[in-house]
Ligand binder design. Structure first.
Ligand code: HEC
Length: 259
């Protein structure tokens, strides 16, 4: 189906998000079990055609790797921890919590006889917005870190505290909530997160303030926040559909409050 001026990705986003398969790894209130999408760092021996060693993570979307002539492998994790392993046997030799999920690959360089290792931290992109947040931080700043052997202590980048939830009345009719869930899935999910659970970089709409909900139409339909990346959706959604999305989000908020 082609939607003029809408997202035409060739997948039915509605069915995806309606499954709400992120419910078990929400970061709100501490992490739940994180077993649905595990990851691993595998040192592959191409001659033997098998792994030499493997480090298992209970989270995925980890950073790229850097291997050095000095028998080290560096990798940042989606949990915000930057690790160094022995390249020959995978032993964990060093780690540092940088506070926010790491997706980039580290790099290394030498200057005046000193070796440096740099890595970019920051959580976002397609997987980081739609997918789970393993570092538990909300809206943290990205940063470039550079390490050297005799470097000092570092101060990790932390995110914001999520606001207190206050009750906001909403229309709980099943057909309104179902329409809202479907339109959210089709138009909002890739930025604001599956099942309303933000990946941390963009606003978690379940936690939006009363004032934001009062301005919902002007933000979502008319593009009041277009300058900060929230484009108008009035050309693809009717007022009734936008209202249904609002009620759907408020039902998720009520669900959170009831926990
Ligand atoms: C392409 C990405 C993208 C899409 C799609 C998107 N948004 Fe946004 N939205 C943003 C960004 C970026 C912001 C502003 C930064 C922030 O609030 O974190 C924002 C902010 C908002 C805010 C204000 C939140 C607050 O607490 O201040 C609301 C409400 C909102 N979006 C609703 C929606 C709804 C409803 C949809 C679907 C109909 C949607 N957005 C689709 C990116 C997006």
């Amino acid at each position: 189906m082609h939607e003029p001026e809408g997202w035409n990705l060739g997948v039915e986003l509605g069915t995806l998000a309606n499954e709400q398969f992120r419910a078990d790894n929400e970061y709100i209130g501490g992490a739940g079990p994180r077993t649905r999408s595990p990851g691993a760092l595998i040192a592959w021996d191409p001659i033997a055609r098998q792994p030499r060693w493997q480090v298992d993570y209970d989270f995925s979307i980890n950073g790229g790797t850097l291997s050095t002539a000095g028998n080290l492998v560096f990798q940042g994790g989606a949990d915000g921890v930057f690790r160094a392993f022995a390249a020959d046997d995978g032993e964990l030799l060093w780690q540092s919590d940088l506070g926010v999920g790491i997706m980039a690959a580290p790099m290394t360089y030498e200057m005046d006889g000193v070796q440096y290792v740099s890595v970019l931290v920051g959580w976002g992109g397609s997987s980081g917005l739609l997918g789970p947040n393993y570092d538990g931080e909300y809206k943290p700043q990205g940063r470039l870190w550079t390490f050297r052997l005799d470097g000092g202590e570092i101060i990790p980048v932390r995110g914001q505290a999520l606001p207190e939830l206050t009750a906001i009345p909403f229309d709980n009719s099943p057909d309104v909530i179902a329409l809202g869930a479907d339109k959210y899935a089709g138009n909002c999910v890739l930025c604001h997160g599956q099942g309303g659970v933000s990946g941390g970089a963009i606003a978690d709409l379940r936690y939006a303030s009363q004032a934001t909900y009062d301005s919902f139409m002007s933000i979502v339909r008319d593009g009041a926040y277009a300058a900060i990346g929230m484009q108008a959706q009035g050309h693809v959604l009717s007022d009734a559909e936008i209202d249904a999305v609002k009620n759907y989000l408020l039902s998720l908020r009520a669900g959170l409050m009831a926990q």
